[in-house]
Design a protein around this ligand. Structure first.
Ligand SMILES: Cc1cc2nc3c(=O)[nH]c(=O)nc-3n(C[C@H](O)[C@H](O)[C@H](O)COP(=O)(O)OP(=O)(O)OC[C@H]3O[C@@H](n4cnc5c(N)ncnc54)[C@H](O)[C@@H]3O)c2cc1C
Length: 73
């Protein structure tokens, strides 16, 4: 079984922020995020209010890219 130094549960606003903040403070630690969903919608009503997202499927947190760039599993 693979072991990690830091495990974060959930990959919405708080989870992504916690994971990237942990990476900033602990560049050498292994970090994993446990997710229920592959993709999470950006939890903000502003893009809908301004009509700039089109459909909810396009309004996703780019968690995969963020995790890849920051060496987060
Ligand atoms: C209708 C609506 C409109 C909103 N508009 C705005 C806005 O305009 N601006 C703004 O700033 N905020 C807005 N909010 C508030 C915003 O949605 C929340 O502040 C934000 O989503 C909180 O993020 P979070 O990561 O703490 O929690 P959540 O977004 O609830 O994320 C928790 C994540 O953890 C996952 N999870 C839970 N349990 C487990 C488990 N056991 N294993 C794995 N994963 C798990 C969930 O699936 C989810 O993906 C709005 C909220 C609502 C409901």
């Amino acid at each position: 079984m693979q072991k990690f130094d830091i495990i974060i549960i959930g990959a919405s606003a708080a989870g992504v922020t916690a994971a990237t903040t942990a990476r900033c403070h602990y560049p050498n630690k292994s970090i994993a995020v446990i997710r229920k969903e592959k993709q999470v919608q950006i939890p903000c009503g502003i893009p809908y209010a301004f009509g700039i997202v089109g459909t909810p499927e396009k309004n996703l947190i780019p968690a995969n890219d963020i995790f890849d760039k920051n060496d987060i599993m």
